[in-house]
Design a protein around this ligand. Sequence first.
Ligand SMILES: [Zn+2]
Length: 459
Amino acid sequence: MALVSVVTALKLPSGRQGFDADTLREVTQKSLNSINAWCKKSGLKLSHLKSHCVMFTNRKSWSFDQPLKVDGAEINVLNSTKFLGLTLDSKLNWNEHIDNLCKKTKCILMQCRRAVGPTWGFKPATMRWVYNAMVKPVLSYWSTIWINGTKTKRNQTLLNGVQRLANVIITGALPTTPGTALDVITGTPPLDLWLSEEAAKGALRLRDLGHWLPPPAGRPSTRLTSHISTNDRLLRDIPECNIIREERTPALSIDQTFQVEIPTKETYQEADYEQANNVLLRWIPAHKGHEGNETADRLAKNGANNCDEPELVKLPIPCGVCYAALRRKTLSDWCRTFAVCPPKVFYTMWRDRFSRGLLKMGKRDLRVATQILTGYTELNYHLRKLNRDIAPTCSLCQEENETVEHVLTRCPLLWELRVELFDSHVTTISAILERFDITQLVKFMIRSGTLKSPDMIND
Ligand SMILES: [Zn+2]
């Protein structure tokens, strides 16, 4: 048998300060020896092949004067290690852990992509469920610990890349469509904000169970921020998280034994349960001296009169109230981010009331709706940006650039369709948005036959 993971807390001997690799090696070797001795005594064997050493430091160059050994065999020195599914890198910046997570979740999404095309496959609502129920839990695993990793631009871009891929599969959008717009269309907050919320929920659960420690005392000696401080800071801003909550201590008792006996059909017949469980209901007149009834009356009166010293009972609030408050904070942070950098066309076309029905649409309609709202369409003006050989002018009238606005409001060859669907032969975007919902815009765009995708057959 081999012991794979060895976790030791090291403290430098008093009087020695700063980074000294050889002293650390000495102390670690002593700990290894005592662990090895204990293993041998307990009939276990410490495997030198499966054990390795990671030095948690920001220093680029350091070395041991001699290697760490188990029973004379050398132990490898690595830059990272895995512990309970968490990749701990030597700089504790969580870059490697987030890289692994993104790789893993993108693999799951690419498997889904085989079953989903731009206009066929799972319905958008089903695909969104797959993302929420199967991919996001993989991402949020232990996020309470590695939440500081999401604060860097590098990791935010990587994580939002995963969400972007999921949103492209859900909506069938063109690959160049901005991620911020797709987040709004599918109603999914950016991953870094959502992960902060999940991390805070984890911290809250640990705090309720009494396992949350106070942040490290004194000034931090490195640039690293403790995950405890980060989560505490978030929870401090939310009043609901700082009042008494109902405590749900896990009630797991393995000492007691329970036996369940299911009698056979014959036992039931022999015991004659029907006779044994004879229930008789009888009406009793009130205030006529019946003993049971009089006792119940007396106790009720005592209860009603016993209000001389009212006692203030502090009832705890359910955890759901805190979770809802955390969700509100995520949504308000998201609105603020979105207000700063909305894609230009999206800002003109977007209406809050559109979002309600978007995910209930079919695959093809949602793809067209996404194109109309974001301006990243299969119309010549946008396709020109992807392929210089395509002329940007309207394929019907050849007069103007073929944009969403031109097709919807001005193209002279579409006036009949415009009269039929928008009650006017020439109109403006704002006039259409005032009166019609997104399904009418989608209908117009499909019937106009201007979209270049082969699946967009004019019906
Ligand atoms: Zn035209």
